[in-house]
Structure formats: C-alpha cells, structure tokens
Design a protein around this ligand. Structure first.
Ligand code: GDP
Ligand code: MG
Length: 189
C-alpha cells in the first residue's frame, strides 16, 4: 500500500497590530484556509515578557531586540499550530520576506507585503525549521504532544476528515467519517 506524504507542523503568530484590525485579521485567516492549511490549535493571548524572551532568545543581541519585545507584548496575538505538506516553507512563502520594504517591492501579494507596517510590525511569524517549530510549539502550547499528534491525529488531517469552526478558527477531527484504506498507511517523521 502506498503511504501518503506526511504532514508537517509549523507555528504561526498573527502579531498584535493584525489582531487589532478585524478586516486584516479576516483577510489573513482567509489566506490561510484558501492556501490549504489546516488549523490544529488556536489561541489568543497577550504574550508575556518571559515567553517573548524565550521565543526570541536568538535575537537578544540584535539592535531591534527591545522594540521587538515591547511590540510583541503590547496586545493580544493569535497563535496557531498550522499543518500542511511542507507547512514550514509554505507558510514562510505566504508570509513573504522579513523586511517590509523588501516584501512590498519583491513580493507585494504576500501577507507581509500587504499588511506589514514596519520591519518590527511585519504582521506574522513563522517557524524557520522543524527544530524551531518544535521549540516554538512547546513555548505556547505546553500541553500539545507532537509525537501523540503524529501517531494518532495526523491521519485525519492528512485525509481531510475534519470539521472547521470559522469563529474559533480551528479544524477538529470528524470521527463520523470513515478514513479511506489508502490513507491508513501514513508514516511519521
Ligand atoms: P522572521 O523569521 O522572518 O520573522 O525574521 P527573524 O527571525 O530574522 O526576526 C524575527 C523578528 O524580528 C521579525 O519578524 C521582525 O519582527 C523583527 N526584525 C527582524 N529584522 C529586523 C530589523 O532589521 N529591524 C526591525 N526593527 N525588526 C526586525
Ligand atoms: Mg525567525
């Protein structure tokens, strides 16, 4: 039996200036769904200084670190675990370049090209590797067990046996639908 390509998980953050603007928030949510991502977890929270410090530890020495900390903790962010095939690269492509002028010039139809306000307020975050996705998910979804998800739930997300709640912005497993036999042979990475 041929196995399906396994899904990948990534951590996405819709930063505070996006969450403050209902029109922009909805546009970004629509893009996420239209691009075929499934939303595994969603939470809205004001990121604490401790979480931000741990999240951006690699940037501690950068000139923009203090303004980044202040901004990220300035109001509610929407934090999501997204899944898709090649979710990490796919989400970074949809976000566009980090620097907003570069995004506006080279990739005007990306999220950062359309909704970034400055290099700090560049609309969204996305993990840059499988290792950082694991590390970042552990910071914001402490109860989420990645191994358990791949073992028990990935198959439902991979075969599309899901229900979508647009107001909670989350896909949950639809256990009333039968999984195709060819979908049952998924391997975990
Ligand atoms: P990302 O992975 O594309 O988000 O980019 P980085 O990991 O390099 O940087 C983390 C975050 O720091 C970015 O999303 C921006 O919010 C911010 N940042 C990065 N570079 C700059 C910069 O040159 N100036 C300012 N003000 N902020 C920056
Ligand atoms: Mg980064």
């Amino acid at each position: 039996m041929k196995s399906k390509q396994p899904l990948q998980l990534t951590l996405a953050i819709l930063k505070p200036h996006v969450v403050k603007s209902p029109f922009v928030l909805q546009k970004i949510r629509d893009l996420i769904i239209d691009e075929g991502f499934k939303v595994v977890r969603s939470r809205r929270t004001i990121i604490t200084p401790m979480e931000a410090e741990s999240f951006y530890a690699d940037h501690k020495e950068k000139f923009f670190y203090n303004r980044l900390m202040t901004f990220m903790c300035s109001g509610p962010s929407d934090i999501h675990i997204l899944t898709a095939h090649d979710a990490i690269a796919k989400w970074r492509t949809l976000m566009g370049p980090t620097k907003v002028y570069q995004a506006q010039f080279h990739a005007p139809h990306t999220i950062r090209g359309m909704y970034g306000l400055s290099d700090t307020r560049n609309a969204t975050h996305g993990s840059d590797s499988p290792e950082s996705s694991k590390r970042e998910i552990a910071i914001f979804f402490k109860e989420f067990n990645i191994e358990h998800w791949f073992k028990n739930e990935e198959i439902f997300y991979n075969s599309g046996n899901l229900k979508f709640d647009p107001s909670l912005f989350i896909h949950t497993i639809d256990r009333t639908r039968k999984i195709n036999e060819s979908d049952q042979d998924t391997t975990m990475i």
